[in-house]
Structures are given as structure tokens and as C-alpha cells.
Ligand binder design. Sequence first.
Ligand code: DGJ
Length: 692
Amino acid sequence: MIQTWVLGDGGQSFVLASFHDRLPQVVYWGPAIDDDADTIAAAMALDVGGGMLDAIPDLSICPEASQGFAGQPGLLIAKADGTPFDPRFTLAGVQADHDHVAFTYTDADHGLTYEAFFTFDPETRMITARATIEAETPVRVQYLAAPVLPAPQLADEMIDYAGGWINEFQPNRVPWTAGIRMRDNRTGRTGHEHYPAVLLPERGATHTQGNAYAIHYGWSGGHRMIAEELPDGRRQVQFGHAMGTQLVASTRFETGPLYAVFSDTGLNGCAVAFQRHLRDRIIKWPDADRPRPVHYNCWEAIYFDHDMETLKSIADSAAKLGAERFVLDDGWFGKRDDDTTSLGDWDVDSRKYPDGLGPLVDHIHGLGMRFGIWFEPEMVNPDSDLYRAHPDWALGRADQTLGRYQMVLDMSKVEVRDYLFDKIAAVLTDIDVDYIKWDHNRVLPVADAAQAQGYYALLERLRGAFPDTEIESCSSGGGRMDFGALSYTHRVWLSDCIDPVERLRQQAEAAQFLPLVVTGSHVGAHESHTTGRQIDIHMRAWVASQRHMGFEMDPRFISDEDAAVLTRVTTWWKENRHWREKADILRLDTADAAVIAEQQVAIDGTRFVVYAGHLEASKQNLPRPLRLTGLDPSAMYRVSLLNIDERPPQSRGDIPLAKGPIEVSGQFLMHHGLSLPWSFPQTMWVIEGERI
Ligand code: DGJ
């Protein structure tokens, strides 16, 4: 007996089938098909060969060891006393409509109920899935996979992400081979090292073409990913909380949401789905139509050296350059003169601010800017009044190795969350703040899922009490940028590295998931504080303008020439934000490995901007044509080089784009591409286009 369920639309079909009331399997996921789902389910039946069991165990949404499934099971469970057992589930009920399926399965012998939920969003094309386990008496769950998905057979590699501080979003291209690729992130936070996602391109897929799948696990406590090729050749991808992080026996366990999408327009089709879904479905904006304000953050200007008159004068200069929000970073509380002390003591430092923060906030508001403030709520320094009063509030052993001289508060404790809520609420009530930069600067001493749950609970309570306050998710830069954190926050600090050479690459990779509106990008000092590179203001300004733009250098000390460039780029950013904030970011396939390029296309397709970043000297003498994407081949486009005034003297040719706009077809732009002027390494061409 076969039962089937279909999700999808004109671009993607996702077919689930249950055989004889066993757990369902994804029997088809790919380009839209109209076939009868039962026929497909029957047609995908596999042969049985020599040396195998007499029936093929299902690669179901929660593969069961009890069926003889010899790969990684979807559930590792034990009795409260630690004795492991292997459940076997039988269908108890299904609720399905056009865009949703909810399965209930039971294992009567073990008193367990397994539920799986699938939702398809026809506008963003995103499939969201999660699973729960309920038990009649407490059990221990070592690992529970969100609904397990098949990986494509005609694929040679998968792409996941490593990274580190100032080095976020480093793609790993890993070949598919028999066996397991496992990421088990035991840092207790999302981390720079393990972005919880995988890309599954089919053979030949690139950014702009071919079939590709992408999966992201929306959880901030550390994930486990398994990409496994079984001995019979089938491939599965699992995501769940990191192994063994649900520390106590309980009667209910829930996975984080799994986001999954198929694209027949290359990795960009997946990127667009993630960007739109995050921006339009997941983030809870206080006012979705409010334009993103140009940001100023004082961290790299003053670090811990807070002085009222200096800050006012920085604010004056930032406002003159076009900033619309001022964020006061670390150093305003306790006795925080460096990073060894005071986390947890969230009272204004009266040595630095004898009259409180009010005079600074008034000054900033007087300049027409909004005001934001930094917290690192989940942390405590041993050298703090909080730790001295409540050493038992810290997570882990008292003699643990510290991280940045700090410990982590146990967020599962209600009294800890109450304390933090009261402290943060007092600041938000006392002064007119509508933005928090929420930091998290170390890995956890214990990987415990309750920590991320406590973090979410505190955010939920604060968002309820201060619904107009936006929150930036920062974790030593980009250590917490998953869709779980972004369900409560509104912006990420992608990296502490604002050297535009590094940032260009990071921003290109991060756009696989993050849209412009959430990705903070700031103009730094001439000499980068994290790489020591000295980079021209044009490159710094254009790279910041790719995303949610801001400044972080000391604006009092930039030259008039640099200020003029910055003002021009910032003005352009403001003039274009109304359409770019909703635009899709498409990565371009570049013929020159020295170039990283992207195209931001308006949602109605009428205009675009292309950024072509030339990172290092090219191997060939002249730029190779840059192919665009996502245009109407039959339409004509007017294309112009916005920053032709940055042309170096060595570019001497008589090329049309250097003289003014050209008018060419979408077909030409997508098949041949743009001939750009020769350029120096570490520079950017910015090209505007409009449909005629
Ligand atoms: C790490 C963040 O990434 C920085 O931007 C800054 O806020 C510091 N923490 C402050 O301690």
C-alpha cells in the first residue's frame, strides 16, 4: 500500500511516499513534474542485489535502525537509565493541504510519538521541515534529525562552510564518496567554524546555471550534519542539534527548522530563495518598510576609550558623512576599560558618563541620528560584581579555561534570564534606544541545547516588551548568523574583518543565504585593523555599499578627498536603497579567477547594479568579458559604468562603456558579457543597468 503527498509549484516538486504505513521517504525532489505521485513512488522502487538484505531498508525522513538501515539513523534514543533502544514507527495520522503536510507516527511498544511537519512557501519557494519526539515517560535523546532529505546522485561534490574569526564563510568543496561527511559542532553556538548549511550542486551546476539544492538548519546551539553515501549508493543528508547536547531526560524533543530548496538556475536560485525567505518571512521587522539607516559603529574608532566630548565630535563627523544611526559599542558599563572585566555589570560607568548616557543620546538625536547600544548579555567576567555575587550562575566548571577572559552565564536558569531582562530593560527604558548590538564572544564550556533555548527565550521576552527595538546579531563578528537567531534579530555583523578584500569574498559567499538588508558592512580605516592592508577609500566604500552600509573608522581623521568619495557613495546608496533593499543578489560566474562579481536585480527586473571586484592581478593582460545573469534575453538594457572616474591611466582603449551608457540586449549581456576597462587589483567597477 502506497500513500503519497506532494508539495511544490511550477518550479519545484517535492513528493513524499509512505509504504505500508512506514515512515515516509522523499521519493522525488527536483524540477516540477505533473506525474501521478503514486506512480512515481512505485517507479522509484530499487532492485535487490547480492550480498544485501532481502528488502531495501527505507531511506525515510527518520531512517530506522530497527528496519535494518545500516547508515546513520535519524534518531538515537535511550531510556531514562541510559539503555539504548531502536524504535519502529507506524503511521497514526496525516494532515495535509496544498502547502503543508504533518505526519504523526507512533511506536506503541516504546510509548513514543514522532511528528514531522513540512511547509512549502509558494512565493519564496522554501520548504521548511522539523520533527518532534514525544514520550510517555522521560527518555534521553542523543540525536534527532530534522526530516532527512536525499542528496542528488548525479553530483560529484557538496559545499559546506568552515571559517574562523575575521575569516567567515570559507567554502569547503568535498567530494561525494562512500561513507560519511560529518560536521558535529560542539562549540555550543552556531560558530564561525560551522555555518549550518550545505549546498548540493549537480554535476556542471555553477552560480548561474544547472540544478542545485541547498539546506540550512536554523539553530544557534551547534548542529550536526551528516552527508552519507550508503554502500548501496543512496545518499542522505541529515541535520539536527549537535550530538548529545540535550542533556536531560525529558518527554519532548524538537529539532530546529530545516530550510531546503531546489533550483534549476544554479546556486543563485537557492540563494534567492534563502534571501527572500529570511527577509520576508523569518525576520520580524518592527516596520518592514522603514529604509535601512546608514550605520555608524564606534568600535574601531575608540575601542574602550570612551570620552563624552570625543564621542560627540565623532557623531558630528559621522552625521556629516551621512550616517543615520550611531551605535555605542563595548566599554560604556561597569569598569570596562579593557576586555578583562565587567561583563554582567550592565550599569552605566559613571566615571566615563557622570550624567549617564542621556547627554550623548540627546546629542546624537539632535544630529538626526538614531541611537543603538552594545550588550553581551550571555557573558560574565570573573572580575565583575555579578560573578562575585552569583558564581553559581556561570556555566561549566569553575576552573574552566576562560575565553576572552570571560565565562558564560547559564541561560537555562530563569533567574539569570530575569536578571538580564531587567538590566537590558532598564537601559532601554531610561534612554531612547531603538537598537541593540548583541554580542557573544566565546564558545561555550559545555555544549548544551538549553543554552540556545534560554537565549531565544530572553530575546522573545525583550522583543515582546520592546517591539520597536531592532537587534544586531554579532558573535565576534559572524559567529551567530543562522536563521534561528535571525528569527529574533534584524542584522548580522558578518565579520570583524572590514578589509574590503576579505569582505568582498565573505559577502559573496554569505549572499548564498543573507540578503542585503541584514548584512552589516562598514567602511574601515585606511589601514585595516585586522589585516594591516592599506586600501583606497573607493574600494572600502564600494564594498560597504554592497550591503547594509555603515562606517566604523574614526571619521574625524579622514581627508577631505576621502570624505568626498565616501559622501558620494553613501548618497548613491541612499538614493538606491528603496529598490536594492528588496533586490536579489546573484553571484556571477567570472571567467577571470581574480574577479568576484555579483548582480543585484530589482524584484521587478527593471534595473540592476553589478559589482565587479578585482582582487588581485589577473593572469591575462585584459579583463575577460563579464557575463551577467537573470535578465530577459529579448529585452534591451541601458548599461553604464557608474565609477568611470576611477579609471586608472593604464586603461587607454576606446571602449564604449568608458565613454557613456551602451544599449545592448539581455542575450548579449548574458551570453557574451560586458567588456570592462582594465583596472588595478583591489578595485571595484560598479555598473548600473536599466531595462529600456
Ligand atoms: C566583537 C565584535 O565583533 C566587535 O564588533 C565589537 O563589538 C567587540 N566584540 C566588542 O568587544
